[in-house]
Design a protein around this ligand. Sequence first.
Ligand code: C5P
Length: 275
Amino acid sequence: MTTDIVRVFAPAKVNLFLHVGDKRADGFHPLESLAVFVHIGDVLTLERSSELSLRIEGPFAEGLSSDGDNLVLKAARALNANAAITLTKNLPIASGIGGGSADAAAALRGLNELWSLNRSNLHEVAADLGSDVPVCIRGKAAWMEGRGDILTPVSVPALSLVLVNPRVNVSTADVFRTLKSRSGLGLRLGLSDDPLRFLMQTKNDLEAPARNLQPVIGEVLSAFRRLPDVLLARMSGSGATCFGIFKDDASAAHAAQRLSAANPGWWVRAAKTIQ
Ligand code: C5P
């Protein structure tokens, strides 16, 4: 039976930590990161068509253009596959939680299924589209190395998170360009007994340069740290989205309510990790 329409969820990615090494000859920075995914994301609907088209709807549709630069269209062209695609944009744009990369990964997965392409090289196609696209194809917790494209599946205990984006865009290239201090590489993953203890020894190296570009990121982190029951507060990816880890879903929901009430302009969501 052929499928005429495919719906794909594009979950947000959260970097629980992100360490950077010295810039490589190809201009990218080697990194080590632990990425998890949450039950919040964009949605792509792909319908069989002889032409390629993209319609964008949803709360963050306005900030995004559906022209040739859109990563969803780039993904379709990379596979040489057409479809009438609708993207429901629920995630803030250029925000350090995947977004465009998650959409591109969802387009690759959706087109692969829609046309039964059986492409075995999706990982390589994904890496050509962006450093974070391969991990978004996986859509589950992974240890990231290389420029983000070398992945090892890991098991991370379920986490109750709150995500906050202060509604400012940050360019990943600008953050890397202004990065001064790097933790370097060589960390060994030791999550088994207590993930929090492991994470406490780590940081996000991109937090300082992103804060310099958008000082409101510091305000978000301070707001998290003022909450009595936050276990860890940190920025994800190249920002500006920050996350807090809470002991359970109820305290995450309560924290999200408080942050939202005190900062009506911010995008605030309680989110559970995908296992
Ligand atoms: O691969 P992606 O398009 O997401 O990267 C955007 C920019 O971020 C790159 O052009 C590069 O300047 C920077 N970057 C980097 N090292 C990485 C990932 C991204 O320097 N590992």
